[in-house]
Write a protein that binds this ligand. Structure first.
Ligand SMILES: Cc1cc2nc3c(=O)[nH]c(=O)nc-3n(C[C@H](O)[C@H](O)[C@H](O)COP(=O)(O)O)c2cc1C
Length: 215
């Protein structure tokens, strides 16, 4: 065994106010907005980072972090390379989950639903807003494909930079936005003695059914 770490003693206590169903907005998007705003107001690092879990056609899961770029009551949006592992899995199986963890607030939010691609025009708009370096990196990278070396990748960026000296490198066609339309939310608030609060919202017709889950 090259490494063995016993982490069974690693724990901490949570200090926060308990939450009840009555404290939660009937609309989970409004509730999510409140929690995200709180995380951003505290300037938590990567407050908009979310773990995106997808599964292939056989149901084998995979997960990675992406950045939330837009949220409204139609869903949660991010941008990526549709040729990547997540892109291929979403094409085969649109069911996915998102997870936000704001450690300093002892909070997590789980979101589940189905994913659709955004129109190319949305990707064009967002691509133009990205810093120049990020645009060149996206154009040089076929995300998740095996590459020979880092040097090859850097060469490709240099070639693109000399082909587009004004910085106006085109968006790779496969670089697109995605939206997860939720049918389930769960708001988790850490509490003392592991007696945590979990409030779930399940889509029910045009509205949401709210229930408390055992921690
Ligand atoms: C904080 C953070 C933010 C990230 N944001 C994005 C993102 O918005 N889009 C993206 O494609 N990859 C993002 N990544 C990289 C992904 O986690 C992942 O490595 C990449 O998308 C390839 O994933 P895949 O091979 O499973 O498709 C981010 C990683 C971290 C740690």
């Amino acid at each position: 065994m090259a490494i063995e770490l016993d982490l069974s003693d690693v724990r901490r206590d949570y200090e926060s106010h308990s939450i009840g169903k009555g404290d939660m907005d009937p609309d989970p998007f409004v509730q999510f907005g409140r929690w995200l705003r709180r995380a951003r107001d505290l300037e938590l690092l990567d407050a908009t980072a979310m773990t995106l879990a997808t599964a292939d056609a056989d149901g084998r899961p995979s997960a990675r972090i992406v950045l939330l770029k837009h949220v409204d009551d139609h869903g949660f949006c991010w941008y990526t390379d549709s040729r990547s592992q997540k892109g291929r899995e979403l094409a085969a199986n649109p069911n996915a989950a998102l997870l936000f963890h704001w450690r300093d607030l002892s909070r997590q939010v789980r979101v589940q639903g189905t994913v659709e691609q955004l129109p190319a025009a949305d990707a064009d708009n967002y691509f133009r807003m990205r810093p120049e370096g990020s645009r060149f990196s996206a154009a040089a990278s076929r995300q998740s494909a095996e590459i020979e070396s880092r040097a090859r990748l850097e060469d490709k960026v240099l070639r693109l930079r000399s082909a587009y000296p004004d910085g106006d490198v085109p968006r790779p066609e496969a670089w697109l936005g995605y939206r997860l339309k939720p049918d389930y939310f769960e708001f988790w608030q850490g509490q003392d003695n592991r007696l945590h609060d979990r409030i779930a919202y399940v889509a029910d017709g045009d509205g949401w059914r709210i229930r408390r889950l055992s921690p």
